[in-house]
Write a protein of this length. Structure first.
Length: 361
């Protein structure tokens, strides 16, 4: 299948394919837009069933980063990378450094960071062969750094609060039953924040040890990965892979709110309409999960400091509140409203001069 014929292509500026025989690297870097600045987005390592799935995933994720960065008012474009392989079996320092060389060959048009299957330690290895990488450990004298996952979780927590206010008319989460699907770095951090706010948790993950940890530490009820989507809860927070909200699952949902960290939660744009028709309030994923990229931007750019980044992450509440208000007034799906807002910002172009790169990068 041609890249241009892929339903997710959506006018990407560039799609790059990389291989390295010595390390076994097979990677795709998609650059959706550099209108607002260098394309920024994490690298995901996953054992995709075939190349078509990997291509579709990176294209959808890359476009989502353009919209995410625009909605977060960051001077960054949208890009994403995928490495095809099982991170538990195929990841090696040589492979990571080969990926770093691939990133470096793009001359700063794409800036990478960690995503599913990747870690802060991996970013350190990638840093050996490119300066265009973020999510590095905070070093003495550094402006920022470290795992962006807690910042993603904080933004999602703020977004859940906004959704609960809009849909349930409450300013607190005390006693609410919230299902968290996926207990990776972001999901577990979110679960801790929700527990601290008094929520009652239902959790699931394919990693049994992660589930047991949440049950012990947070008093969470557990469910199977196949059934948690359909738990009878006040809020469903998908924090694993995308495509979980679709024509088959949406009719079975038993929640008034979907607000989670996963990228591309909707399998198609029409699924946002399906949620709205059922009266389920959906927090557009690229709006609610922007905390991580905001933190990364503050690490990479001279124009954003830690205090400004923190205020932007808190501002996710206000951005979603505006989207929810527009949806309530117009009767239109929240994903359509968010897309229009983001695309209008892209069309308007940068509001400032091109960003300066921090000296730590």
């Amino acid at each position: 299948m041609s890249v241009f014929a892929n339903d997710a292509f959506d006018g990407h500026e560039a799609v790059h394919f990389f291989t390295d025989a010595a390390s076994g690297l097979r990677a795709v870097i998609a650059i959706h837009s550099t209108i607002l600045g260098p394309a920024a987005g994490g690298c995901r390592m996953w054992p995709f069933a075939d190349d078509r799935m990997a291509l579709t995933d990176v294209l959808r994720l890359s476009r989502g980063m353009s919209l995410k960065n625009a909605m977060a008012d960051l001077p960054l474009g949208g890009g994403k990378a995928v490495i095809i392989g099982d991170p538990r079996r195929h990841k090696t320092p040589d492979l990571l450094m080969a990926f770093g060389r691939a990133v470096d060959s793009l001359g700063g048009r794409y800036v990478t960071a960690e995503d599913v299957g990747m870690s802060v330690t991996d970013m350190q290895v990638i840093r050996r062969t490119t300066r265009h990488v973020c999510g590095l450990p905070a070093a003495p004298g550094a402006r920022l750094g470290g795992d962006p996952s807690p910042h993603t979780a904080r933004g999602v927590f703020n977004g859940i609060r906004a959704a609960v206010r809009a849909k349930l008319g409450r300013d607190d989460l005390e006693g609410l039953r919230i299902a968290v699907q996926g207990l990776g770095h972001v999901g577990h951090a979110l679960a801790r924040l929700l527990h601290q706010a008094g929520a009652r948790l239902v959790v699931a993950d394919i990693d049994g040890a992660a589930v047991a940890r949440a049950a012990e530490e947070l008093g969470a009820e557990t469910a199977s990965p196949d059934e948690i989507l359909f738990a009878d809860v006040d809020v469903l927070a998908p924090c694993a892979l995308g495509g979980v909200l679709n024509r088959d699952t949406i009719p079975r949902l038993r929640t008034p709110i979907v607000a989670g960290a996963a990228n591309n939660q909707l399998l198609t744009d029409m699924d946002g309409t399906r949620l709205a028709e059922r009266g389920i309030l959906y927090a557009p994923d690229y709006v609610i999960n922007a905390g991580g990229i905001i933190h990364v931007a503050a690490e990479y750019l001279d124009s954003l400091d830690a205090d400004m980044a923190a205020r932007k992450i808190e501002g996710i509440f206000d951005t979603l509140a505006e989207i929810f208000d527009r949806a309530a007034r117009t009767g239109r799906p929240t994903n359509r409203i968010a897309d229009e807002m983001a695309l209008s910002r892209l069309k308007a172009g940068p509001r400032t001069e091109r960003p300066r790169i921090s000296s730590i990068a």
